[in-house]
Design a protein around this ligand. Structure first.
Ligand SMILES: Nc1ncnc2c1ncn2[C@@H]1O[C@H](COP(=O)(O)OP(=O)(O)O[C@H]2O[C@H](CO)[C@@H](O)[C@H](O)[C@H]2O)[C@@H](O)[C@H]1O
Length: 616
């Protein structure tokens, strides 16, 4: 069967598409076929061009002879189907990490996966992240701008590549590259996990200002057949987490006050309310913002860190100064406004602004058990019951546990921090180790929590392995071979780990919080343990009991027809970005940015992405 190239054309690009097709036909030797096609395209140029093109939407339904011919072969001889879409939106995602170029966790994953899904839906999409390494696919645009940070003027550059329909822009400055020199790791935010760089305010102030410059100064982004030139000023910024909290302040103070970006809007996305960017109030002058923004940043808490009392709070400014606030699951949105503990002292501000919850998708290409290069036996829903035991044996051998396909393997994967409840899980492990079970942990994080798991490995040498590192191939191998996934989070805005688990046929055993409630269904796709105490300073005895009880319950179900059904239910879900991207489109349309129009129902990968084009 011939492959049909689907062209997603906005109304505006129809004319240039038809013109270029005609030019191409005219320069070729005329055959009866090409003459027919020219006639067809000429028809399309007429006033009712849009209607004519609409006819082409489905080549099966096309009736007129000429239309059929046009559908059968475009200028390049490729079969065509044309889909008309609205003009779409100009979207600019801004974030401190962006997979696969940089990632410490889920924020990187989201900014890697959501933008291509929005591009596939017919929007023009740019992402902006710092350049932490000499990315081999990033080209130097030679565009430079000067920006004021504190009392210094800094020069930043912009690197660029075009992938999966998205303009990926990297902000180049020694404050990022010289500090990190690498792809991943805690070094993005501080020298070691849990410690921030002293100049993080300057770093991210520079980053926010550079992000606002990029859509204006990068004038020659001509990679896409349908989009070229600058993004213009009718742009919708999507700022992510505290590192981008002051972006809307700079938008207003530096640009909109001078008549630039008059119609631009900002949506602020909360991936984790716990990290808010709280600094000494006396640091306000560092930001070079007018005094009118003081109140949006002003914040007082009862803690001594980094100074006692009055502070500035970047996330608070992001929430107040943006046009709309969004977070990564509907249940987390409810939790954020439910009280001081779950809203981490910004609940009152969020009750004022409101917050929309949209559940995250996942990268179904990177995480695909039927093509995954890191697992020994690929499998799908039909072959999972044969594939998983083979992968389990390979995994057991790889980590050095007794190889036995009949022993259920429980995995824990994630940052070793109180949020993820690795301390609760560690406290629960000795209580269920009398079961016929093996445990594999993969994670890095706080030293104290790493030590705790290392000690457990000494206690249970034949039953537990703790790999205290960030290791993508092993993460995939674990998903391929494990039977159960322990997700013991005290709070979890969305969580991607459980999505990855379900896609690989692993029912999660999870706490009942945040996005875990929205994504895991008790008895259908996984097991719920109940809600844990959100107090990160203590391990609640009741919570340990909840873990032990639910793990034992899950082990009982393991190997039964009910367990097999859970595996199928999990694997058969569409966990891709396709659905969430449509919800994001509705949300972003509601901001009413000038010129915004809905896109189309696209596939997750932009169909005609021309990758790795240099910026002229
Ligand atoms: N040691 C290791 N080796 C290899 N890979 C590892 C790893 N440890 C973690 N990962 C990977 O990092 C990602 C973690 O993503 P999560 O969404 O589960 O958590 P995180 O708390 O970082 O994200 C925050 O932002 C996201 C995005 O919005 C929210 O889903 C989440 O709830 C919120 O806390 C997954 O892709 C996982 O595979």
């Amino acid at each position: 069967m011939a492959t049909v190239t689907v062209l997603h054309l906005s109304k505006a690009s129809c004319a240039s598409f038809v013109d270029s097709e005609l030019r191409s036909f005219h320069s070729r030797r005329r055959t009866q076929n090409s003459r027919n096609q020219i006639t067809a395209y000429k028809g399309l140029r007429s006033e009712n061009m849009v209607d004519s093109l609409r006819l082409l939407q489905s080549n099966a339904k096309a009736t007129s002879r000429q239309t059929k011919k046009a559908v059968r072969g475009g200028a390049s001889g490729r079969p065509l189907a044309v889909v008309i879409c609205g003009k779409g939106m100009n979207l600019v995602f801004v974030g401190a990490e962006m997979a696969p170029w940089s990632k410490t966790g889920g924020l990187g994953d989201v900014l890697g996966g959501l933008p291509p899904a929005m591009a596939a839906n017919g929007h023009r999409v740019m992402t902006i992240a710092p350049r932490y390494d000499q990315y081999k696919d990033g080209w130097d645009t030679s565009v430079q701008v000067e920006l004021k940070v504190g009392n210094r003027v800094e020069t930043v550059g912009f690197f660029h590549c075009y992938k999966r329909g998205v303009d990926r822009v990297f902000v180049d400055h020694p404050m990022f590259l010289a500090k990190v020199w690498g792809k991943t790791g805690g070094k993005i935010y501080g020298p070691v996990t849990g410690t921030d760089y002293e100049d993080n305010q300057q770093r991210f102030s520079l980053f926010c200002q550079a992000a606002l410059e990029a859509p204006r100064v990068l004038l020659h982004l001509n990679n896409s057949e349908y989009y070229s030139g600058p993004y213009g000023e009718d742009v919708l910024f999507i700022a992510n987490d505290w590192h981008t909290g002051v972006l809307p302040c700079y938008l207003k103070s530096t640009y909109q006050s001078r008549g630039i970006y008059k119609n631009a809007k900002v949506a602020f996305c909360i991936h984790n309310i716990v990290y808010q960017g709280r600094f000494a109030f006396s640091d306000f002058p560092l930001l070079n913002l007018p005094d009118e923004f003081k109140s949006s940043l002003d914040f007082t808490d009862g803690y001594d860190q980094p100074v006692k009392g009055r502070k500035i709070n970047w996330m608070k400014a992001g929430i107040i100064e943006s046009d709309r606030v969004v977070t990564v699951s509907p249940n987390y949105a409810v939790e954020l406004v439910s009280g001081e503990e779950t809203g981490v002292e910004l609940d009152d501000v969020l009750r004022m602004t409101g917050v929309t919850g949209i559940v995250n998708g996942m990268d179904v290409n990177e995480w695909n058990p039927s093509t995954d290069k890191y697992i020994s036996t690929n499998y799908d829903t039909a072959t999972v019951m044969d594939g998983k035991p083979l992968n389990k044996e390979a995994l057991q051998a790889e980590v050095g546990l007794p190889v036995d396909r009949n022993i259920p393997v429980i995995a824990f994967l994630g940052r070793l921090e109180e949020q993820k409840g690795s301390d609760i899980f560690a406290a629960a492990i000795p209580e269920f180790m009398d079961e016929n079970v093996q445990v594999i942990v993969l994670g890095t994080g706080k030293e104290k929590l790493e030590r705790q798991l290392a000690q457990l490995e000494d206690m249970f040498p034949d039953k537990l392995r703790a790999h205290l590192k960030f290791n993508v191939p092993l993460a995939h191998a674990i998903m391929g071979g494990a039977d159960l996934l322990a997700v013991t989070s005290r709070f979890e805005p969305c969580g991607l780990i459980q999505l990855q688990g379900m896609r690989y046929g692993i029912p999660p055993v999870c706490s009942t919080t945040g996005g875990l409630v929205d994504t895991v269904k008790e008895g259908i796709t996984g097991f719920h343990m109940g809600r844990f105490s959100a107090n990160c300073n203590v391990v609640d005895k009741d919570d340990i009991e909840k873990v032990v009880k639910t793990v034992k319950r899950a082990i009982k179900v393991y190997g039964t027809p009910a367990f097999a059904r859970m595996i199928q239910n999990g694997m058969k879900q569409d966990l891709s970005w396709k659905g969430p991207a449509k919800k994001w489109e509705q949300f972003l349309m509601s901001l009413g940015a000038t010129g915004s129009e809905p896109g189309i129902d696209g596939e997750e990968i932009a169909p005609l992405a021309i990758e790795n084009m240099a910026t002229p």
